[in-house]
Write a protein that binds this ligand. Structure first.
Ligand SMILES: [Zn+2]
Ligand SMILES: [Zn+2]
Length: 252
């Protein structure tokens, strides 16, 4: 899927794109930007990450992609279905965010990077997202052009390179969780904003004013996963999980 050109409007997107390339070779020690972010560790950090089967119980991973050589070469493990279902694949990096172009971890032990088919990803993701208490503003990507879908906690907006006008628009919505879930009337922790309301991250005026759909965590997770499930072909290069108290799912 296409990324914006280097002359595009979102420098933070380019920073993350560069970071995805950088993390192949340049783990780093960074000052933590938000309360729970832990700087990425030294080169041996991937060996210290959580066991695949503890991190992803029930997901059948190809044993050849889980070995020591795959980890040393930093190739993600793959579920056994990917070779026969190459039209839909997502790289899950649950506990990693990219701040000032460098990886940082939001959790220990860090769950390892995996590439999953639609069924394996969404089966795992629905319950994980539903169990988070973070306040999430979720902007729905363009299904034709997104290749990364990532959560940033509010304290990390600046370090991740989010443009100030976009950050301010998002921050203005964190006071907007007084409406109950529109489906079950429980307290809402998600504000889901569809493509019909905000079609581009350039449009911070609409980010600030779009009504959105208040959802509880379970129904927010369903909104998020149902959207991914409906897309016939996906090559998602980076997906992480919420962390910290409040933040946003952004995309490019
Ligand atoms: Zn699978
Ligand atoms: Zn609900």
């Amino acid at each position: 899927m296409a990324c914006r050109s280097r002359g595009g409007f979102f420098p933070f997107l380019l920073i993350i794109a560069d970071a995805l390339r950088l993390r192949q070779t340049a783990p780093s020690y960074l000052p933590a930007a938000s309360a729970t972010i832990i700087p990425a560790g030294p080169l041996r950090a991937p060996l210290m990450s959580q066991d695949f089967h503890q991190a992803y119980p029930g997901i059948p991973l190809n044993p050849r992609t889980c070995g020591i050589w795959a980890r040393l070469t930093r190739r993600p493990a793959e579920c056994v279905h990917l070779p026969s279902e190459p039209h839909w694949a997502a790289t899950l990096v649950p506990d990693t965010v990219y701040l000032r172009g460098k990886p940082a971890h939001s959790r220990r032990p860090v769950r390892p990077e995996v590439s999953l088919c639609r069924s394996c990803l969404l089966g795992w993701l629905r319950s994980e997202l539903a169990s988070h208490s973070a306040q999430v503003i979720a902007l729905q990507p363009d299904p034709e052009s997104f290749s990364q879908y990532f959560f940033l906690a509010q304290p990390d907006f600046d370090a991740a390179g989010v443009m100030p006008a976009v950050a301010e628009a998002l921050e203005s919505r964190f006071d907007d969780f007084s409406r109950p879930c529109e489906l079950c009337h429980s307290p809402s922790t998600w504000l889901c904003i569809g493509r019909d309301e905000v079609s581009s991250l350039d449009d911070w005026g609409s980010i600030r004013s779009a009504p959105g759909h208040p959802r509880c965590a379970a129904h927010g997770a369903a909104w998020f996963c149902d959207f991914l499930e409906r897309i016939p072909e996906v090559n998602l290069l980076y997906l992480n999980l919420p962390y910290d108290g409040a933040g946003a799912y952004l995309w490019f």
